[in-house]
Design a protein around this ligand. Structure first.
Ligand code: SF4
Length: 175
């Protein structure tokens, strides 16, 4: 390594606005401080130093939905809780994304009964599903990286028009 490279002269770097914005978004997502059931314990484990979510800029869980852009639905979603989750989602900053963590959140899991929503995608749009009962932290990390790949394919031109991010989703809550 020569002296000149240590002086910070990087020459010319070109990129697209989409790539730059998506790089920022995937490097600093702020998840909502939120959990529903046993899967949330694994989510908390994922936040531990062993798995180090800080490397993705995700060490801060926001206690307010207005400061969060990622909702990780971790655990079974009861019909009683469904309107609350929908309200939290609506209050989140746009653009925003959702990970459905675990079998219960994704399809009701073992709770095939009238009290549990058979998949949180009945009430909010889901970007990535993570299978398992519960998923291990490695699986959640894989889900987060899968979401990053999806975001890298998004364009800022679509954000303003997308109904999902403008809270115009037609999803109804049947409670
Ligand atoms: S998927 Fe398993 S661990 Fe997760 S909330 Fe359901 S029963 Fe609990």
């Amino acid at each position: 390594m020569g002296v000149s490279s240590k002086l910070g002269n990087l020459g010319v770097v070109t990129t697209t606005l989409d790539a730059a914005v998506n790089w920022g978004r995937t490097g600093a997502m702020w998840p909502l401080l939120f959990g529903l059931a046993c899967c949330a314990i694994e989510y908390m484990g994922t936040q531990s130093s062993s798995y180090d979510l800080s490397r993705f800029g995700m060490e801060l869980n926001r206690a307010s939905p207005r400061q969060a852009d990622l909702l990780i639905v971790s655990g079974r979603l009861t019909r009683k809780m469904a309107p609350v989750v929908r309200q939290l989602y609506d209050q989140m900053a746009s653009p925003k994304w959702v990970i459905s963590m675990g079998d219960c959140a994704s399809c009701g899991g073992v709770y095939n009964n009238y009290a549990v929503v058979q998949g949180c995608d009945e009430i909010i749009p889901v970007d990535v599903y993570v299978a398992g009962c519960p998923p291990r932290p490695e699986q959640l990390l894989h889900g987060i990286l899968t979401l990053h790949e999806k975001i890298k394919g998004e364009s800022i031109r679509t954000w303003a028009d997308d109904d999902k991010w403008n809270n115009k989703s037609e999803m109804a809550i049947h409670v």
